[in-house]
Design a protein around this ligand. Sequence first.
Ligand code: HEC
Length: 108
Amino acid sequence: MSRESMIACALLAACCAALPLHAADESDIRLAPGAGLVETQSSCAICHSLDYIVMNSPFLDAAGWQKVVTKMITVMGAPITPDNAAIIARYLATNYGRDPAPSATTPP
Ligand code: HEC
């Protein structure tokens, strides 16, 4: 094996080894700072990516987020206390809520 191909192999191996680690790095997702951030991060990242919050922000208003939090607890079995559920729902509605006035989001 030539010296060049040895180096190419080593580089490839290093890259491949680094990739899955990076893909699994949840810390890449940063939620908006605000009251309830800590509760949301610690309660909602147990089962899936916090991406779910960001991805659903265009569709959910305060009532919608309340439903999601309730569903995660009752259907999915999320271990969240009622106090924290209220804090999280408020955080999500404030930072990731769709505009509450439907007329404001409809184009003229
Ligand atoms: C006990 C595990 C668990 C916890 C904790 C959890 N979820 Fe989920 N969540 C799920 C599962 C399972 C799904 C649906 C399956 C999938 O698509 O991965 C889901 C789906 C979602 C979805 C996609 C829309 C939907 O209704 O299916 C959103 C948004 C969401 N979760 C938000 C949250 C938020 C916000 C929290 C924190 C309050 C949370 N999840 C905590 C298990 C959990």
